[in-house]
Design a binder for this molecule. Sequence first.
Ligand code: GRF
Length: 204
Amino acid sequence: MVTDKARIAVLVSGGGTNLQALIDAQGKVITDGEIVLVISNNRHAYALERAANAGIESVVVLKKEIGSQEAFEDAIMAKLEEHNIDFIILAGFMTILSERFTSKYENRIINVHPSLIPKFCGEGFYGLKVHEAVLAAGDVVTGATVHFVNEIPDGGQIIMQKEVEVHQGDTPEILQRRVMKQAEWIILPEAAQRLSEKLRKERA
Ligand code: GRF
């Protein structure tokens, strides 16, 4: 379908609950953008089924088949160009992108991270490790952050944050689920809409 909406690619590696939140927000929270492509670096990612169920084209790009990080990123960039992508959402994409990639899409890549940056972020803080660290620190409040992506892992400008309570007796798994439900799945679509609106206006 050809529209003047911002064309969004979502990069995934796993379950894709954030992708699902974005799909569900289309036409509701996200009115100025449309997800037109899903790229996975994992052939078995359930996110691929979510894309298929929503009728969104997807492609698998595997680093181990391609070889170097540079060639892997080139393959992703080729797909983005082929589909005239305006901006990229990293939704559980478990690879750090190089500066060559991030500088090409400056202010056009966003990521969701499951903590209140600058707490519990950067290399090594991913998945359950983030929530384990929050519990070990005894924090009573955590949350999620959507930020622009630059060459520093989790270091780009913050777009939105939302706090989530830590409860006594929480396990990392319980806390992860609460952070997703109460923060990630809400702020990621909202940030996607903000950027879609901005890019659509710039183009008009
Ligand atoms: C989320 O916690 C996200 O913040 C992090 O990886 C997880 C991905 O989950 N970057 P899903 O694949 O969206 O379900």
